[in-house]
Design a binder for this molecule. Structure first.
Ligand code: PLP
Length: 358
């Protein structure tokens, strides 16, 4: 490529998503997907779309009103449709939030070990960042977030990924109160598996934005639906940015199917409960196999073996068609992030590990 041409191209180091292998018969515990199908109401919603494909002729509702209204009904708490922003997965929502709120010369604060997409967006949007190290137990050091220092923003994944550790709501509240000068984004991708949610605080704290997703606890990673909850002024600011970028982000099927899964609270509670039970069992079984791990409140466990190398275990599991996630970062390369699957999938994992670790 011509140098003058190359110079005009924006260069970024992209986020690397987990593998989605094409093979059948694999046990996929590498991207924190839900091992159970979505709520049965999804089938009817899809049938409704199939019955009238002509609906797809028209642009969808640009405000995603059906989905936002369903979210407002689902949460209650005095929240209204305009307390919600929806996007194509919470990755899209987080990217829009970074673009909207992190518009200052002061740095945006987040932990050194957290969702690695945060620094990719910061880089893409030219946002200054400050990473504060987690302590030796992978805990967030609260004092870093409570210091009276001018910041451009704060992002906290709660529970954190890939550590699985949760912080109390009280801490998030103190952070938002200590930093009224910037927006605090709380990424609650895993909150349904045992964390404490801050949603009830959004109308009390004008600088708090909570982000959640349908990808994990609602078994809809393939549909791509995420949302933010915040006071109406914050949400309006995000909508203005979105309408300046793509006014029709939420397609018609996503709006209809997303609203349908929210109706089934019982199915939701049952699948979450099954995953939590399997996770607690996994803590016992992995400990017996010689692993240590932070106390996960999510649908994954971040585990380190007492003697065998993580990359070795990762490769050996892959040979047995079991996929887990391994990250190469300095403080995390001794760990494997293992998504909680069905009890049968987990049994297969324990027997494979038994052979590998012999
Ligand atoms: C999975 C994940 C997301 C993104 O999920 P979407 O599928 O884009 O909704 C965001 N944050 C964290 C911490 C995650 O683990």
């Amino acid at each position: 490529m011509k140098k003058s041409l190359a110079k005009k191209i924006r260069r970024v180091i992209p986020y690397t998503p987990g593998e989605q292998p094409k093979k059948d018969n694999i046990i996929k515990l590498n991207t924190n997907e839900n091992p159970y199908p979505p709520a049965p109401g999804v089938v009817d919603a899809i049938a409704g779309l199939e019955a009238s494909p002509a609906k797809l002729r028209l642009y969808p509702n640009p405000d995603a009103t059906p989905l936002k209204s369903a979210l407002a009904r689902h949460f209650g708490m005095g929240l209204v449709k305009d307390n919600f922003f929806t996007g194509v997965g919470s990755d899209d929502v987080l990217a829009m939030a970074f673009l909207t709120f992190f518009n200052s010369d002061n740095p945006v604060l987040f932990p050194d070990i957290t969702y690695s997409f945060y620094e990719v967006w910061a880089d893409l949007f030219d946002i200054k960042v400050k990473r504060k190290p987690l302590d030796e137990n992978f805990r967030i050091d609260h004092k870093h977030y409570l210091k009276k220092k001018k910041l451009g923003g704060i992002v906290i994944a709660n529970p954190n990924a890939p550590t699985g550790l949760a912080e109390p709501v009280e801490f998030i509240k103190e952070v938002a109160l200590a930093h009224p000068e910037c927006v605090v984004i709380v990424d609650e991708a895993y909150v349904d598996f045992g964390g404490e949610s801050c949603v009830a605080l959004v109308n009390e704290l004008p600088n708090l934005l909570v982000v959640q997703t349908f990808s994990k606890s609602r078994s809809l990673a393939g549909l791509r639906i995420g949302y933010a909850i915040g006071n109406t002024e914050l949400i309006k600011a995000m909508e203005d940015v979105r309408y300046s970028y793509n006014s029709y982000t939420m397609n018609l099927p996503a709006q209809a199917i997303g609203a349908a899964v929210l109706d089934d609270n019982r199915y939701f509670a049952e699948t979450v409960e099954k995953i939590v039970e399997t996770r607690e069992d996994a803590k016992r079984r992995l400990a017996e196999l010689g692993f240590t791990f932070p106390d996960s409140k999510t649908n994954f466990i971040f585990a380190k073996h007492k003697s065998k190398d993580a990359e070795y275990i990762f490769e050996e599991l892959k040979k047995k068609n079991i996929y887990v996630r391994h990250f190469n970062g300095e403080r995390v390369r001794d760990y494997l992030r293992i998504t909680i699957g069905t009890p049968d999938q987990m049994e297969a994992l324990y027997s494979a590990l038994g052979l590998i670790l012999r």
